[in-house]
Design a protein around this ligand. Structure first.
Ligand code: PGA
Length: 249
């Protein structure tokens, strides 16, 4: 595990964008796993700036997103497809036909999950998977559970996740947050060549420490990343404790 700790959110976002940009420059047809939420917004902004400056070309890149709310279509302004379009895809030259997000409008949960797994299987492993971390340790929407879930699943969102998401999105209205989501499984996340977990803000400090310094347990889903051979944790000083820095050595 490598840890990159920066003073500010902006610096951490730039470091994260630089890692992703290096991958794209090294392998223009790379496959990248993308995340939503408030954490990666600065990273996407930095990537858009690089594209606009002419130093980055997304034309051959394929992307696969971690998750989508069950019941929301891509034109719903709180859907993750909409988030990706407005924060990144609409502003760069990526081919949208090669950007994958689970289909939130597929009401048949089993089919939605199988369909997404088929897409992921057809992509093979990803070169980079970008992750945030939930306050309860979730990655994607893989919430704490009795076992790590391997494949794409339909998940009941935890109360804390619904609260966190209402606070940041949905105009703060908890009743508007869907209660279920489709999420890429942990098995596929672990297959990625490199995993970047980004965490910023004091609210993430305890959970990041639990994930990387505590026991590997499905009750803290991100803790499985301790077993991944190539993980980079990027964050600001508020989120990354000395213990996490020490764990990298
Ligand atoms: P956040 O969400 O970036 O909005 O904090 C992270 C996550 O839930 O994975």
């Amino acid at each position: 595990m490598r840890v990159i700790r920066k003073s500010t959110y902006e610096e951490a976002s730039m470091a994260c964008a630089e890692l992703i940009a290096s991958q794209i420059r090294l392998k223009p047809d790379c496959k990248i796993g993308l995340a939503t939420g408030s954490t990666p917004v600065g990273t996407y902004k930095a990537l858009v700036d690089m594209y606009k400056a002419g130093s980055l070309d997304f034309s051959k890149v394929t992307s696969a997103n971690l998750d989508e709310y069950r019941g929301l279509g891509g034109d719903h302004d709180q859907s993750y497809r909409y988030f990706m379009n407005t924060n990144l895809f609409d502003h760069v030259n990526i081919d949208k036909n090669k950007t994958y997000v689970p289909n939130g409008l597929e009401a048949d949960a089993e089919k939605a999950c199988t369909d997404y797994d088929k897409i992921l299987e057809s992509l093979g492993h990803l070169d980079i998977q970008l992750l945030g971390i939930g306050g309860d340790g979730h990655i994607g929407f893989n919430e704490p559970a009795d076992a790590f879930c391997v494949n794409t699943q339909c998940i009941d969102l935890e109360e804390q996740t619904i609260k966190d998401n209402a606070r940041l999105f949905f105009n703060g209205d908890m009743s508007a947050v869907p209660t279920q989501a489709y999420t890429m499984g942990i098995g596929y996340i672990m297959k990625s060549e490199t995993v970047i977990l980004m965490a910023t803000g004091a609210g993430k400090k305890d959970i990041v420490e639990k994930a990387f310094c505590g026991p590997v347990t499905p009750y803290v889903p991100a803790s499985i990343l301790q077993l991944h051979p190539n993980v980079v944790v990027i964050g600001d000083e508020a989120a990354i404790s000395d213990a996490v820095v020490a764990a990298a050595k």
